[in-house]
Ligand binder design. Structure first.
Ligand code: HEM
Length: 330
């Protein structure tokens, strides 16, 4: 028979051994969970809504590819005729009632779900920033934490001032996205690099760029602040119902030596761009609130012929979007 003290020692030994075998993520919250926690601290937790880009509107349309697209990637998206697309435009932050014209509603986002001819789906999630404030998921969590700790009573230099001093792009990226007169008159950027693979297996890193055919039209800060609370969401729904809202879908191609794994570093404007096709948004959905609940756009939901690059931000986003989606289902 085992004496009680020995049994206790055996049990605690087993507990210690088990703890050692557990992955780190099981012992403490993952970076993605910590990121969503800070977002919930900054903007509140709103049942059923996204932790970030909470306010949005869903519309529908189609994408028609060019021949150039089919030459650079074997993706079925580029091989055939037009495919249906579901799009969601959004304001930044997890604030569901944010004023569309508020400075912190920038960068506005555009998320796309392409319904492929083979029955599959592919997602593209872009925003109006020209480059991202940080290069990794851990840095993004730390930036949000620093913002949360930099209230009016924070000692100088505040945590966010210290963060920006150590991460220069965090101080400049925000200013690259301005408030538009319409969500259909803003340029949206992929920010992260993805990789085209053609029929011969050749690989070409690229970044998406969506350019409105009507031209970009940005408002001065004071004009933006004077707009009605929901002017962007209402305007885009009305605009697509009246006339197609078209975007040229471009891919900016990396040259040898361009940083593929760092979203804080835009490539020179002189890099070649390929015209991939036209996105035409033509219909508002009857109940956008219901439609957006069921939608999850994932930066790594791709199709054969388009792959993720080694940009670490892509996986950080995938993890965070999954945590946010899980919480909005609760
Ligand atoms: C580490 C970096 C990032 C983190 C942690 C992050 C986090 C999030 C989270 C949690 C959501 C809500 C997802 C959901 O509930 O479905 C979201 C939505 C979104 N994010 Fe990010 N994000 C990051 C980077 C980016 C970048 C680089 C872009 C664009 C280039 C972007 C564009 C968007 C857009 C457009 C949405 C709205 C998605 C929708 O319409 O459903 N994000 N983000």
């Amino acid at each position: 028979m085992i004496r009680p003290t020995v049994r206790l020692t055996l049990l605690s030994g087993l507990a210690l051994a088990l703890a050692g075998a557990l992955p780190a993520a099981a012992q403490e919250a993952s970076t993605a969970e910590q990121t969503i926690d800070v977002m919930n601290t900054l903007w509140g937790r709103h049942p059923g809504l996204r932790a970030n880009h909470a306010k949005g509107v869903v519309v529908e349309g189609s994408f028609t590819p060019t021949k150039e697209a089919a030459a650079i990637s074997k993706a079925s998206l580029f091989a055939g005729p037009a495919v249906p697309v579901t799009a969601r435009f959004s304001d930044a932050t997890g604030l569901p009632f944010i004023e569309d014209g508020a400075a912190k509603a920038n960068p506005h986002g555009m998320s796309l779900k392409f319904k492929l001819a083979d029955g599959g789906e592919m997602d593209v999630v872009v925003n109006a920033l020209k480059y991202f404030p940080v290069a990794t998921g851990e840095e993004f969590r730390d930036l949000l934490k620093a913002v949360a700790q930099s209230g009016p009573d924070a000692a100088k230099p505040t945590p966010v001032e210290r963060f920006v001093a150590a991460h220069p792009a965090a101080g400049t990226a925000g200013a690259t996205a301005k408030t538009p007169s319409s969500l259909g008159r803003q340029i949206y950027n992929g920010v992260n690099a993805f990789v085209f693979v053609d029929k011969e297996g050749r690989r070409q890193p690229f970044r998406y760029r969506f350019v409105p055919e009507a031209g970009e039209d940005l408002l001065a800060a004071d004009a933006a602040a004077r707009q009605e609370r929901d002017y962007l969401m209402q305007e885009i729904a009305a605009r697509v119902s009246k006339e197609p809202v078209r975007f040229k879908v471009l891919a900016q191609l990396a040259e040898a030596g361009d940083p593929i794994d760092d979203a804080t570093k835009p490539w020179p404007d002189t890099r070649r761009t390929v015209d991939l096709g036209t996105l035409a948004l033509t219909k508002a959905v009857p109940d956008s609130r219901e439609a957006e609940k069921a939608l999850l756009f994932m930066p790594n939901a791709l199709t054969d012929g388009i792959e993720v690059s080694n940009d670490p931000l892509i996986d950080a986003r995938v993890q965070a979007y999954a945590v946010s989606f899980g919480r909005r289902q609760q």
